[in-house]
Each structure stands twice: as C-alpha cells, then as structure tokens.
Design a protein around this ligand. Structure first.
Ligand code: ADP
Ligand code: MG
Length: 377
C-alpha cells in the first residue's frame, strides 16, 4: 500500500463538468487543493478550483503541468484520452488506470470484460464491419444498435426491428464499430457504485433505482424498491467486476432488472455517477469523497444511507425558453429538499443543469414530494 496523500496536497482532475465540480467541492472541504484541466473557460468545476488549466485534454504542456504539480490525478470525464492517463501515470498517481478508462469507453471491450468477470450482459453482437451483420440476427432482434464509443444519454443508439433496419442504421451511424444488443423487457433499472482502493478495501453504496426519460436519467430512488437480496446481489456483482478489473477509484455499474428478477449489467462508468448524486445528502460518505479517498490511498468511507432519498435531475428543459430561471421558491422553502445547481450559463434542452434531492422517512413519501416539487418549477 502506498503512502496516503494528505491535505493540503494538490489533486488533479481531468474534466471540469458537474462531476468535477462536486469532486472539487468535496476535496476542498477536506482541505485539499485542486487543479482542473478542462478546455472550457466556463467549466462548472473551474469556479471552485484552485487552478484551472484551460487547455485541450491532450495538450502536452497542460498535462506536464498537471503531472508536475499534483500528488494524484483522477478523471470525471470518461472520454478522456486513455493514453494521456497512462503517460501521466509514469510520474504521478493516477486512478482509475488508463486501461480501466479505455475499457469503459468502448462498449465492445466493456461487455467482453463483464462476461470475462463471469457476469451477464444482454445478448450482443459485435459489429466492426458490414460483414458482421450478414449473419442470422434473430437472437438480437428487436434490438438496439449502439455505437461502441462516445455514446451517452441515449445518444448514438438506434432501435432496430429487422436485419434490414440494422444494416441501414449501421450505415447511418457512419459504419463505425457498434454492438447490436437485444432489447430486453426491463422491470427496473438500478445502479451500484463501488469504491475500491485495494483488494481488501472495497466498499459499495446502497443500490439506486433509476428512472430514465428520453434516454436521460430523470430520477434516482434510494433504497431501490427491490428485494434486499436482489440489491445485495447487485452490490456483490459490482464488487466482483471492480475486482476483475483490478480497479482503483469509484466505479459505477448500471444494471437491468429483468422480469424474472435476474440482473444484467448494462454499462459501467469509471467515475462517480449521476445516480450517485444522492450520496452527497443522504450517506455517511459521498461518492466524491470516496473518489478523493481512493486517489489518495485512504480507506473508503462508510456508505450507509442516513435517510431514504429521491434525486431528481434538472435539465435545461425546466428553464424558461428565454433562459429565465425556473420558479425555485417552493423547492427552496422545502426543509427536507436540497437544490444543487452546476453554474452552467446556458440552459439547453437535455442539458444537465442541476439536481435536487428530497429526504423523508419513507421512500414513497420522498418520491411523492419530489414529483410534486417538480410541478412547481
Ligand atoms: P447511455 O450510455 O446513453 O446511458 P445505455 O446503454 O445505458 O446508454 O442506454 C440508455 C438507456 O436505454 C438505458 O438506461 C435503458 O433504459 C435503455 N436500454 C439500453 N439498452 C437496452 C436494452 N438492451 N434493452 C432495453 N432497454 C435498453
Ligand atoms: Mg446508461
């Protein structure tokens, strides 16, 4: 075990979006200093960071400065250049590893690793050229054609019902590498977020139940409304995957719950996750503190849920067409709700602008109140 990095050491993060902003907040509260690398002058994390390196993610000078000035480096941005992470790791502590980030960036590698870890995925076919679709596709139809790289929030995905549609969709996506995944009948979607510092030091958050709207996370409900044994199984599977990847850092694992109550792994993210925002307000330790702890070689913090909680995402859609603020007054008056805004200037449709949580003694009451509050915005 390497020596722990203690405050006021400088920590570095690749990416300065909302996940970076919440990381910076956690790290600063603990007494660390933070350098953010993000090409956007208005990156949400920049306003709280000690240093903002406003440069491209592959900018050699900026990467050199980051490596030279930081005791440890992490990422909030999964499409960060994995080679940049590998080269930073030659001189500085980097977590998660460039190798793990590369796996999470590529649905083909990701699914292969999940299966290799002995864990189930939806039936899928790797499509790297047109020949790969000239086969019997019945096992994958109706299905979803997903680009192997750079998809998020339902982007880069096309639903297909026939082999002809699959071929047309593949051409429409520009012939890039894809997976054709069988459309499953989902009872629910859940996620489990693991923190792994070493083989002995692994901890996992309570399982969140996730409701998506238009391919984007809308609500996370915790505890998930599933049998405790099933939640425990999701947590165990997430830990098993982190172990197989020899992962260091925070790893989010998204699951499908099927009609027969079996679990399938959908995808992973090598970082804190939107479905773990609830941990800030409702857990002993939050996912951003865990990211700090893991990169610094500290033990993971305890993850117990202090209260049932519902998190609601606030997309740009809630802002007025002229960009005017939503009507915050009712939400701000609710003594058991917490508003988190990411400081983004431009509210666009589908853009994640913030979230709020509602804590209550019963999860159903939290959900009911969270939905009622949304109506007041
Ligand atoms: P993204 O990277 O955009 O989050 P996902 O692969 O998680 O992509 O897909 C987004 C959403 O689409 C999922 O949360 C789920 O609701 C739905 N979805 C994806 N794959 C399947 C599938 N094989 N069967 C049924 N629904 C799916
Ligand atoms: Mg997803």
């Amino acid at each position: 075990m390497m020596k722990a990095i203690l405050p006021p050491a400088m920590l570095g993060i690749l990416g300065g979006g909302q996940l970076g902003r919440m990381f910076v907040t956690a790290a600063k509260r603990m007494g660390y200093r933070v350098t953010v690398l993000d090409p956007d002058a208005q990156a949400p994390a920049a306003e709280f960071a000690d240093v903002h390196l406003c440069a491209a993610y592959n900018d050699a000078d900026a990467l050199h400065t980051l490596a030279a000035s930081c005791a440890a480096i992490t990422t909030e941005f999964e499409n960060v250049n994995a080679d940049a992470m590998r080269s930073l790791a030659k001189t500085t502590r980097v977590s998660p590893s460039g190798d793990c980030v590369a796996i999470a960036q590529d649905r083909i590698a990701e699914k292969a690793w999940v299966n290799k870890a002995g864990l189930p995925t939806a039936p899928y076919l790797v499509i790297e050229s047109v020949e790969d679709i000239q086969v019997e596709l019945a096992a994958y139809l109706p299905g979803i054609l997903k680009t192997a790289r750079l998809g998020y929030d339902g982007k880069g995905q096309v639903r297909v019902n026939s082999a002809d549609e699959a071929r047309a969709a593949y051409a429409n996506l520009g012939g890039q590498a894809c997976v054709l995944e069988k459309m499953l009948d989902l009872k629910l979607e859940v996620s489990a977020i693991v923190t792994r510092v070493s083989p002995e030091q692994v901890s996992v958050f309570p399982v969140a139940e996730n409701i998506h709207k238009n391919g984007i996370l809308d609500e996370s409900i915790v505890p998930a409304r599933i049998a405790p044994a099933l939640a425990a199984q999701a947590q165990q599977m997430a830990c098993q995957l982190a172990e197989a990847l020899n992962y260091v850092g925070v790893l989010a694992v998204e699951f499908f719950v099927l009609g027969d109550d079996s679990l399938v792994i959908n995808e992973i993210a090598p970082r804190p996750h939107n479905s773990g925002h609830y941990t800030i307000d409702a857990c002993v330790t939050d996912q951003y503190q865990q990211q700090v702890r893991a990169m610094c070689g500290l033990l993971p913090g305890r993850t117990e849920l202090l209260s049932p909680v519902v998190m609601v995402n606030l997309l740009g859609d809630v802002w007025q067409p002229n960009g005017g603020e939503p009507n915050w007054d009712v939400l701000m008056e609710a003594p058991n709700a917490h508003l988190h805004l990411y400081g983004k200037k431009q509210a666009r449709t589908g853009r994640k602008m913030g979230h709020y949580t509602v804590l209550a003694s019963e999860v159903d009451a939290a959900l009911e109140q969270a939905r009622a509050l949304k109506e007041t915005l």
